[in-house]
Ligand binder design. Sequence first.
Ligand code: ADP
Ligand code: MG
Length: 897
Amino acid sequence: MHLSQPLEECDWVPRPRLTALRRLGIETVEDLVTHFPRRHEDRREFAGFPHEESDVPICICGEVVKTSVRRFGGWKKIFEATLQEADANALSQPLVLRWFNLHYVQKMIATGQQLVVFGKPRLRGPRICMEHPEFEVIESDDELSIHFRRITPVYPATEGLPQRVFRGLVFHALQHLGEAEVETLLPQKFDRGARRAALQQIHFPDSDETLAAARDHLVFSEFFGLQMTIASRRAELATRPGESHCGAGELLEHFLRALPFDLTDAQTRVLDEVRRDLASQQPMNRLLQGDVGSGKTVVAIGAMLLAVEAGFQAALMAPTQILAEQHYAVLCRWLEPLGVRLALRTGSRSEETGALPLFERAVEDARDTGSAGCQPAVFGSLPNTSRGVSEPRYSRRRLPHFERPWAKYMITFTTSDRRDLSPAARTVVLQSILRWKDQRYELFAACVMPDHVHLLIEPMIEREDDRGEPMFFGLTKILHTIKSWTANKINEADRANGTAVWEKEWFDRIIRSETDLQEKFQYITRNPWASGVAAPDADYPWVWYPRAKRERGRDDPAPGSSRQAAANSRLAACAPQIIIGTHALLYENVSFEKLGLVVIDEQHKFGVSQRARLSAREPTPDVLVMTATPIPRTLTMTVYGDLDVSVIDEMPSNRGRIVTAVRETSKLPDVLAFLRGELEQGRQAYVVYPLIDESEKLDVKAAAAEYELWQERLRPFRCELLHGRIPALEKQAIMERFRRGETSVLISTTVIEVGVDVANATVMLVENAERFGLAQLHQLRGRIGRGEHKSWCILLSSEKSGETLAKLSVLEKTSNGFEVAEADWDQRGPGDLLGTAQSGLPALKLGNLKTDMQLMQRARAAATAIMEWDPKLEAPENQRFRKLIVEERGRTFSNVS
Ligand code: ADP
Ligand code: MG
């Protein structure tokens, strides 16, 4: 038997169990033996029967002497089994096991059975009881050797697999696993065959000590693998050819002089660090940590200006649309006076002051043909779509694929029976396509041929889901609307009610590269001429592509100059220098001409894989990652292990104080009175309600109800509701009204969590604050205290438990993000803190990022040593690490293309 053997091939695994194992993600012997126990029970000796209550669970063994079922409250049932000590004496007291409404337990337990139970003894009247204990029925002596009389593993939920069956399988696997078959994963000096032994001991330990040692070994291996991946990524980045992206700094000087404040010392220091990185030939990979409000944006702008001055484009990416819009507004205010060209690119709106290179070029091509954007007929060189000839019939959706975020598609749909559309009908179709342009999709090209239609589109964000992830308009919906709208209009005109105008099916192709996009663009815009539907010199009015820039005509090429040169210089003159956007930018391969610097704001919403995608670009841009969520060191070492770190540890001095207060919901009237007082003085407020937890679906009705309630409470002040389901454009309008002070209060979900900056807002009221994590509350609190006014963060909690209030009171005591992060970490653990999926960390099977900090440090040192000695992992003894890394990457960075 070997580790990678599929369990399917193992005859000792009962066939019916395979499905259940697969459900747990266990397919191979290795999966099985690395499905680690959740805890162990010391069954070497069973505890004596309890005589009193205890909060410590105990494990005892006895014989069932009686069972009974009692009813209460109508249909509810209590099943009781009385357990007696093996060698009972006059003093021994039987233990009563109780289960409420668990029918299956009743079927499993019968008198005469030997039972092992694990639970907390409780006093119920005169009797000692255990309620819902974990239990196992001992069926044969054989089993005793695996399941009892030892330190026994208890596995995490094994749906459909009884503990005992699972334990038996692991036991069997380990028995047959030779030492030679378990490859060590560690450098020689740490291993020496220890992995095999560790696997044995972690499941079936000889003693508590060997268990601890085994765990250490396995955690260390796990961390080592992780650190090797990180170290290799780092080594790889370091060897990438980069460029210097740093200008002389004049532009930066202008900017700093124009700022209404001086940089703090910390800001200046960090800006210098960034500047050095920019100037260096090696690609920058820097993490900028700074508490909410510490002024990271200004540093980012400074960095971007340096890149711009050196002739590069810079991109600023924000996790949400609201934030991107806000950055755009701030940058416009500060940078437009300096003559810097800015563009906003979000999923649902693109507001370029410069042109996208693609269309500059394509439109330029189109101009070659003369008037009205007519294109030359290019017979032969393009696929011919005219009827009759080598006509591809787009009758079925071929090419199955999933619709992808930020993807562009070429879509083709045909008329029913391929009948010809009248010119009027074609106009209707084109109009309808333009009608939803920029509402549901970005349109790059459209052509209404007599019997079919081509579109080149990128679906836009329809809304954000509860986690702020964008949700896109689906092709089906887009197409359906166009088809039904036009069908109605056309039938109306033809008085042909109900006749099918379109074929039901359509054909779509995802655009895979810029070349592909160019090709499709050319194809669509030339289709009428290429197919002979229009004569070479004739106009065909049902072709559309963006020509706004041309109409503006501001940099028309000078007569006589070569067109290409003109196009190039025009590009240079129009291309935006700083592009601001959401994740969209990450997948947007088209809009960058000369990308030198990428700033990622609020990194905790971006993952490692997205970052990797960026550094995979050629040539590699400098990357600056900013986060307001300070994280403990072990985590930095892991999540951001491949980054250099800068910290802004000083707040601008002009900040009003923020007072934080935790209150019970019963104090709401007082809180309201206070809030009204602030509003009367012209201040603004946020009310955040926790309807959306990560897992919960936002109930729009509930949100609306909540909103009405607040409107009532705060009358006559104007409130508005903001949540993820509101369409992007509307959301933006709502934020704008709040920013301008037209609205006094925003009733919101956590969509306002990051970065939103309205200086006049002085109250942050969080309802059901206990449902948020501390770090998140700290983020929310960062929305206020941004101006000179004193601000208040009021955390309402409906729970009266002292524990909850104590937890929240951490925020009353400190406003330091690092302290909050540590406390949060203590309260929640790393998984919750970052969300492993988001952080791009592979899920750890065994290690704990907090408690195993030391092991992580050692693993990091070991990995770094290896990578320093052999950065490309060429040495023969390092081949297995190389393999490890490739596998690890396959898991972690699977979406890096
Ligand atoms: P964050 O670090 O949370 O992203 P921002 O960059 O949004 O913080 O800055 C918060 C506010 O502080 C902004 O309004 C910004 O203009 C202002 N600010 C930044 N630096 C300074 C400074 N040195 N002195 C005073 N105000 C500053
Ligand atoms: Mg910010």
